[in-house]
Design a protein around this ligand. Structure first.
Ligand code: GLP
Length: 249
């Protein structure tokens, strides 16, 4: 079904939701000799990465020719920090598949100059066209770490995190707000919208509200995910709970 130009798929069965997302990845990989995939972190894409690793183990999929970009990284964190997004990607996906290390693009949150690091990443992104961008959504309405108030014309940039995001993310930091990162480097909304296809995964009742705002609200900087309505090829993958407030008539 389409709602305000966005394709929406609602699944009773969460396993089937992730299996269908896997099919998206497999098809993007089949379609191109050098597929470029944009990966996201957070809990939403984790079951997808698990399926990818399993299917790779069975010889069903290969990332040999694939190039990857990740959306964002916490400032002050490098790949050896267990809470970094680089660690997450290596641990949950890259260490278990055949992607060529030199084709993996990650933001270095421990760079001396984060501004320079953002520019470096932006130059890399400018040369590529992401075939499939995987996204989650924050309860602040962020995509990547584009928080409310972000200029949608920005490329990769340094950003302060919204208090809501800090609260949400504190669960990964022993619920200690002091230890939870307050800033990050993120791909911009502009970069995300350049992808040929975008799939956004949202599950659980905590996401029901932001899904409604994205689908029915105005497109404006106060709600970054609303810019997805400017893209021609976005699909939302929702479970029943995240889709709970969508009126079907
Ligand atoms: C994080 C990430 C986003 C992610 C979002 C939702 O802070 N920066 O890329 O989509 O928050 O996370 P989750 O999937 O755990 O709800």
């Amino acid at each position: 079904m389409k709602i305000n130009g966005i394709e929406v798929k609602i699944f009773d069965n969460i396993k089937w939701l992730y299996r269908t997302c896997y099919n998206e990845v497999a098809s993007a990989i089949k379609k191109s000799a050098r597929p470029v995939i944009g990966f996201a972190t957070g809990s939403s894409p984790l079951p997808l990465y698990k399926i990818i690793v399993e299917e790779f183990g069975k010889g069903k999929i290969s990332f040999k020719n694939c190039v990857s970009f990740n959306l964002d990284e916490y400032i002050g964190f490098n790949a050896s920090d267990k809470n970094s997004y680089a660690y997450y990607m290596n641990n949950n996906l890259f260490n278990h598949i055949d992607i060529n290390r030199k084709n993996i693009n990650l933001i270095d949150g421990s760079a001396k100059s984060c501004e320079k690091e953002a520019k470096r990443y932006d130059r890399l992104l400018a040369k590529e066209n992401i075939d499939l961008q995987i996204l989650g959504i924050g309860t602040s309405g962020h995509i990547g770490f584009n928080e409310p108030g972000t200029n949608p014309g920005l490329g990769t940039h340094v950003t302060e995190l919204n208090q809501r995001t800090i609260n949400d993310n504190s669960r990964f930091f022993n619920n200690n707000l002091e230890l939870t990162p307050k800033s990050a480097i993120t791909m911009g909304i502009k970069d995300i919208l350049k992808a040929k296809r975008i799939i956004l995964i949202a599950t659980g009742k905590a996401k029901a509200n932001v899904i409604i705002q994205m689908l029915y609200g105005a497109i404006h900087p106060g709600f970054p995910a609303s810019y997805l309505k400017n893209h021609k090829n976005v699909c939302l993958y929702l479970d029943k709970e995240a889709a709970n407030l969508i009126r079907l008539n």
